[in-house]
Ligand binder design. Structure first.
Ligand code: SF4
Length: 196
C-alpha cells in the first residue's frame, strides 16, 4: 500500500516521491522503511488528486502540512503546488523540507511555483562549505549543489517565503559556528537542531 500522507507530532506530512539528488550518509532511508509504523517506499508517485483524497477530512488538529516524504519533494513541484494551494485554501499552513537543489534538478528557477502554495521552506544546510557538503550528502550534481542550494534559499526568501536553513549540532561546534557565519553573510535564518 502506498502511504501518501502520515502524521508526525502535530503535523501532517505528505510523501510525494522517493527520488532524491542526494545520498546523505545519515538519511533515514538507509536504515528504515518509513516512520511511525508507515512504510514510505512508493510503488507509484501520487497525483495531486490522490494526495488530496488521502488527506483527512478535517485538518483542524494539525499545525502544518509538510511536504517531506521519503525523498526530495521538489521533484514533484507541480503536484506540490496544487496540493499546497488546496491546503492553504482550507486555512492551513504549508512547509517543505528540501535539499534546496530544485533549480539544478529542473535546470531553471522554479521558486516562483512555491509562491502562494508554500509558507515555509526549510532547507537542510548540513555543512558550511561545498566540499564538506558533498562529503556528507553525495549530490549527483557534485560540489556545485552547495552554492545552488544557497541561491535557491535566497530566491525563495526574496519571493517573500519564510526560509529556514537547518543544521544538526552533531556536525560539531566549529562547523555550527561556520554555518552561523555563512547564514549571517547571506542574510538567511539558521536553526540548529539537537541530535536525538
Ligand atoms: S536529501 Fe533528504 S531524502 Fe535525500 S538523501 Fe538526504 S536526507 Fe535522504
Amino acid at each position: 500500500m502506498n502511504n501518501f500522507v502520515y502524521e508526525v507530532g502535530d503535523n501532517l506530512y505528505v510523501n510525494l516521491t522517493n527520488q532524491c539528488s542526494n545520498s546523505c550518509f545519515f538519511c533515514i532511508r538507509n536504515s528504515h522503511d518509513g516512520m511511525n509504523g508507515k512504510n514510505l517506499w512508493l510503488d507509484k508517485e501520487p497525483t495531486a488528486k490522490e494526495v488530496i483524497e488521502s488527506l483527512p477530512k478535517n485538518l483542524d488538529k494539525y499545525n502544518e502540512v509538510v511536504f517531506c516524504g521519503f525523498g526530495e519533494p521538489t521533484y514533484k513541484i507541480d503536484i506540490m503546488r496544487e496540493v499546497g494551494k488546496y491546503v492553504k485554501s482550507l486555512g492551513k499552513k504549508t512547509r517543505i523540507n528540501t535539499n534546496g537543489q530544485a533549480n539544478l534538478i529542473f535546470g531553471y528557477d522554479v521558486t516562483e511555483k512555491l509562491v502562494g502554495a508554500i509558507d515555509t521552506v526549510n532547507v537542510s544546510l548540513n555543512a558550511s562549505n561545498a566540499s564538506e557538503y558533498q562529503r556528507i550528502c553525495s549530490s549527483v550534481f557534485g560540489e556545485k549543489a552547495f552554492e545552488a542550494m544557497l541561491d535557491f534559499a535566497e530566491k525563495c526568501r526574496d519571493r517573500g517565503i519564510d526560509v529556514i536553513m537547518s543544521v544538526v549540532d552533531i556536525i560539531g561546534d566549529k562547523e555550527v559556528e561556520a554555518c552561523k557565519k555563512l547564514c549571517e553573510s547571506r542574510n538567511l535564518k539558521l536553526r540548529v537542531r539537537k541530535f536525538e
